[in-house]
Design a protein around this ligand. Structure first.
Ligand code: ADP
Ligand code: MG
Length: 227
């Protein structure tokens, strides 16, 4: 039996707004398996980012359990939680959030060095990832010198630099023109297929979503499969 790369069990999350509880997740059950890419398609304000933050151990659920690579996470002390997040989870956001004063290569090297690799090993892997992303000529460029699509490809390379089990992407092509979005998306899908990574991608782009393994939505605080 394959262990899900990510599993949410009865996950609840509410915020308080003007003193009133605002329930976003009401008991979400969800499993994401290695090599799967899942599109999360839901209107703004329904809780996609909240779900990704909880799944990615950036926010704690109020109740329920998040399993990452089979590990329950709710009782982990913060340092272990952070360690698990760094080694098993990669994030990509709508805006690249690359460090502007570092080169593309260095942006991919840094998380690996934080993870304990030597500069030389980290540099080798960063070079391979840049090649894979079609950016072998861009390693020495700093993010402001790159196009939007190139920036997002570097951000994806950075997110997977430590070979995580799970890639979480929050509207990663939301800021790109359709052709560039297509290209960034193809790279992401190819990476999932080649590495057995599991990806959960919030998107409003139904064309891109149709090319993923599964499509889900958030409705009334629960995840349901589409189609
Ligand atoms: P989406 O990503 O689908 O647009 P979000 O997860 O960002 O949705 O937000 C879901 C709802 O939760 C929204 O109504 C938003 O205003 C609210 N919300 C998000 N973060 C917070 C917070 N830190 N405090 C209070 N309300 C929040
Ligand atoms: Mg959002």
């Amino acid at each position: 039996m394959t262990i899900p790369a990510l599993a949410l069990h009865q996950v609840e999350r509410a915020y308080r707004q003007a003193g009133e509880p605002l329930v976003i997740l009401r008991g979400v059950d969800f499993e994401l398996f290695p090599g799967q890419s899942v599109a999360l398609i839901a209107p703004s304000g329904t809780g996609k980012s909240t779900l990704l933050h909880v799944a990615g151990l950036l926010e704690k659920p109020d109740a329920g359990e998040v399993f990452v690579a089979g590990h329950p996470t709710s009782r982990l002390p913060d340092p272990e939680r952070t360690g698990l997040r760094r080694s098993e989870i990669g994030f990509v956001y709508q805006f690249h959030h690359l460090l502007p004063e570092f080169s593309a290569l260095e942006n991919i090297v840094l998380p690996q060095m934080i993870g304990g690799l030597s500069r030389r090993e980290a540099g080798r892997r960063a070079g391979e990832l840049l090649d894979y992303m079609g950016l072998s000529q861009r390693g020495s460029h700093r993010p402001p010198e790159l196009s939007g699509g190139e920036q997002q490809r570097v951000a994806i390379a950075r997110a997977v630099a430590n070979s995580p089990s799970v890639l979480l992407a929050d509207e990663p092509t939301g800021n790109l023109d359709p052709r560039t979005a297509d290209n960034v998306f193809d790279v992401l899908n190819a990476l999932v297929r080649a590495t057995g990574l599991a990806a959960l991608v919030a998107t409003h782009n139904l064309d891109l979503a149709s090319r993923m393994s599964r499509r889900v939505t958030l409705r009334d605080g629960l995840i349901t499969e589409l189609e």
